[in-house]
Design a protein. Sequence first.
Length: 202
Amino acid sequence: MGGDNRQLAHYDGSAWKKIATGTTLSIQDIFGAKNPQTGAWEVLAVAGDQLHSLAREVLRVEGLTATAIPDRPLDRPVNTVWFLPGERYCVVGAGLYQKASLADSLWQGGLFDVTQFLLEHIRGTAANDVYAVGHFGEVLHWNGKSWRSDQNEVGIPGGIHRGDEIPKRHSKKSIASIPDMHYIWCISGIKYELAPIQDQDA
């Protein structure tokens, strides 16, 4: 669990325990997944304060300690993180950056390489099925080869700020061939369903 004021905590089934972050920035997002090759959990968090500073940190959480990992060439705040262990790691915010391994020295990407809009959330179900959403109705989809903007097709004014996964049974459609889940995007307090273009007439 992450939150403002530099706080991270872990629930071990019986009690919450504080995780030492060592950062002076607010935690913006946290994500974890099990590496299928090693069987170990990988957990990353991102911290920043985009309203007051360009500072940011990408944190790797191991046990009850979070350690900042290299974030070059990032020079703007990041808001969210998502990854498939050992395949693809993504941090987004003011720009979209990716790497294939945490051992890689540099993140690949740039401030306006994919979109000119600030991104707020990223989640995916596979290496070829990732969505990122942001301000001014920006919706990006990664198909395994390239990023595509669905901003015009979605046609939602204003900013898309957060995404929540909900069970498919609560909706008539799913997106991007997700078998059991679809996404609802929360824009200015209103939930919108996002479906791929090819499913509109299904």
